[in-house]
Design a protein around this ligand. Sequence first.
Ligand SMILES: Nc1ncnc2c1ncn2[C@@H]1O[C@H](COP(=O)(O)OP(=O)(O)OP(=O)(O)O)[C@@H](O)[C@H]1O
Ligand SMILES: [Mg+2]
Length: 506
Amino acid sequence: MTIGVVIGESRPTDVTAQSSKPLSVGEYVIIDSQDGQILGLVEKSIISSEALTDVRNFDEAVESKEVADINSRDKNYKVKIGILGFLDKLQKGQMILPAVPPLPGTSILEATQKDLGVIFGPTTEEWVRIGSLLRNSSIEAKINVNKIVSRHLAILAMTGMGKSNLVSLIARHVASLNGTLIIFDYHNDYENLDVPKMNYMLAKINPRLLPADKLAEVIELRENADKQQRALRESFTESVKQSKDFWQALEESTSSFGRTTKGYADSASRVLDKIDDAKHRFSDILDPDCGDPVDLIKEGRVNVLNISELSERQANAGLAYYLQELLQHRKDAVWERKGKSSGKKSNKFLAPIFVIIEEAHVFIPKGEHTDTKYWASKVAREGRKFGIGLGVVSQRPRNIDPNVLSQMGSLAIMKIVQDDDQQQIASAAESLSKDLLSQLSSLNIGDAVLIGQWVNLPSIVHVDEVKSKKSGSDLNAVSEWNQADKFKDIAKESTKSMIQKDLLLD
Ligand SMILES: Nc1ncnc2c1ncn2[C@@H]1O[C@H](COP(=O)(O)OP(=O)(O)OP(=O)(O)O)[C@@H](O)[C@H]1O
Ligand SMILES: [Mg+2]
């Protein structure tokens, strides 16, 4: 069905059209050009009224409105359409732009399921459904899971706009594909994630496996306390690492260092206080007897690692450790498969893995060094070769390291209003056009702009809601107070009846 006509100047990248009805930004249309059908995306949509232009006062506006209402030619629907490529080529996965711009006068047609289905919803198993196109809502929107594992993913949006919902959806798909997913859950949002055979656990740190400076971090020695740092470094010997009772051995070694090293008695005693403190306060997290924490991760499962109990420095040291080890396991596995064994035989993580870091701006910050950032950058650079994909999730893209962000081959961007956040994303993602960028502030919850390798074409979609996900949603304080009040009444009633029974017994 013809819904518009190309007017004015056309370019091989975009055309302007006059349409017969208002078109939505984000809607796909077909440009029926002389060289074949071209797929276009409405990037700008303007409605104007002849009669209601240059109105100087209210009375004039009311009169002009009446004129506008009876004149069917009054409204002007103008759209800017970005050219995405020849339809038949896009259906085969190739993006070919026309060399000659569509001629003014070319018809604009409505896009049908037959036109778009093959592009947005391929049927091979690596394509999984995450929702439908926002403006052509009968068309399924799918993403390519292979591409996020090999080329990484960023999910960026203001708080409460549906990032964790999308992560949950991806988790479900990975689970049904028997893939290995690891989510570092900073706010304990995923404990109740409804996926089969989920492996939920508290992230642990085995102090025996850390280098001395990281041990200093996790027991919270001050960074500039040089003497304490040295006391710990010297005391944290190989035999302490190997000993049966780790904390006791470390304490003995530290106090002996304090006794025998001139000028270090006070520092050693402060380190001892810190060790004692850490041992008690972080007994769930710092576990010298947990073996290698990476061994607790299960392959072929969705693994949720709760890091909400860890301090920021501990989480950082923990995450860095996990990333480093996971990358090493994958390298060993790949080298071994190629017959170039690195000496260490790895029996773990023989198939690719995908790691998601929530609150990525905390761990991979801009302008600041963290260990997690070092290892995340390494995974981002080398992951493709070794089959370890990285997913970063953040509500503050402006604070994420731009180098890591620009390595993310695919992006889901939901509502973002802050200009500096938008600019940071625009400079990290070439395929985000200015017009798509300008859409970000008007998206609703669950709407997302998808760009990059996980989609055949940039698209605006509405992500399916994961209904059974109990976590992450805003608390309903009013209803909970109400419930609590009812329980109080019930409790009173039952105490009363007990008292009465007791009286009766007397
Ligand atoms: N695709 C969707 N469709 C409808 N509602 C959604 C969708 N995604 C999320 N929501 C709603 O929005 C709420 C917040 O979503 P979610 O927890 O995923 O946001 P978030 O971006 O992760 O927030 P935060 O920054 O606080 O972690 C959810 O409880 C859910 O009710
Ligand atoms: Mg969230």
